[in-house]
Design a protein around this ligand. Sequence first.
Ligand code: FAD
Length: 337
Amino acid sequence: MNIQPATALLPYNTFGIEVRADHFAEVLTVHDLHDVLKSGIRPVLILGGGSNLLFTSDVPGLVVKNSIRGIRVARTFKNKVWVEAGGGEVWHDFVLWTVQNDFGGAQNLSLIPGTVGAAPVQNIGAYGVELKDLFVSLRAVDMETGRIRQFSKKECRFGYRDSFFKREGKNRYCIFSVTFSLTRSNHRINVSYGDIRKTLEVNGIDQPSIADVSRAIIQIRSSKLPDPARIGNCGSFFKNPEVPKFVLENIQKTRPEAPFYNIGDGARVKIPAGWLIEQCGWKGKRVGNTGCYERQALVLVNYGGATGEEVKNLAFAIIDSVEKEFGIRLEPEVNII
Ligand SMILES: Cc1cc2nc3c(=O)[nH]c(=O)nc-3n(C[C@H](O)[C@H](O)[C@H](O)COP(=O)(O)OP(=O)(O)OC[C@H]3O[C@@H](n4cnc5c(N)ncnc54)[C@H](O)[C@@H]3O)c2cc1C
């Protein structure tokens, strides 16, 4: 197994931050992964598409790029299938594969960057669907013992942009395969979020297939989110805060238009972080080589040559100003390394 010393990570992170890994290896199989672990180089950082992390300095130890591929139907039932995908598969390619095979469930998660193996880490979600909605189980290598362990849905402890792997299991496991449950017929078409219905109408579609929904979402996302190939970013930098309803009611005294979503029984609400940031005047603001994207305040961007520290400082300036204005402390969604 080829372990390279002093490797530039610029091509491996969508923020476009220039840092180096002390050591770097790309693994194509579980066997390769066991081999690199035998090198004894520690700590180990598992890297997928680098679309949800911010490097703030050179990375010590070993960075392992997961390129373990493969998609197969693991089990067929009357109305559903279980599909197992390699952790190094590109997430969007996997979604397109499901749509081409007319397997329903993943279409609302079209065009999310990154890999299949990283998707459970923060329980990716978009347009009313989260990874946990189609998740069956995953297999991972325990990087301390080298043992393979299977995790059930319960063991993954999925939450909003959260899981066991973002907390207690952080940096301990390398997820090399994920199994999903997808429908073969009577697909659940969910078009109630964002502009999906409007986009379908504009496209002249009133009985959408899963392929139509996927295409509409690709269209919407491409128009709203900056393409990391053109401008460095990691999508939403912050989570939408969940707060008790009285916090919202206080805000509504001066800003009655404050947007929110009820959670559960309505005692708590989710307030869009982008709106809070915009109210503090950050939207479109540039600070040095970094800034807050002009079309979506939730996205921080690298205009070119930004360091991870610069982006992190901007993120914390935003967190402090939102807390000062609203008493709500935003939490980063992006992994700061
Ligand atoms: C333009 C843009 C739009 C986005 N939109 C969304 C969105 O709508 N919804 C959403 O949820 N996210 C979104 N994201 C964030 C990102 O796409 C997801 O979090 C994605 O799952 C990250 O995958 P990755 O392979 O790039 O992970 P990386 O950034 O490489 O890694 C993220 C974290 O997971 C760990 N990790 C990676 N692979 C593994 C593995 N195989 N096993 C164990 N740990 C691992 C890493 O160590 C790191 O801590 C967006 C990002 C961008 C750039």
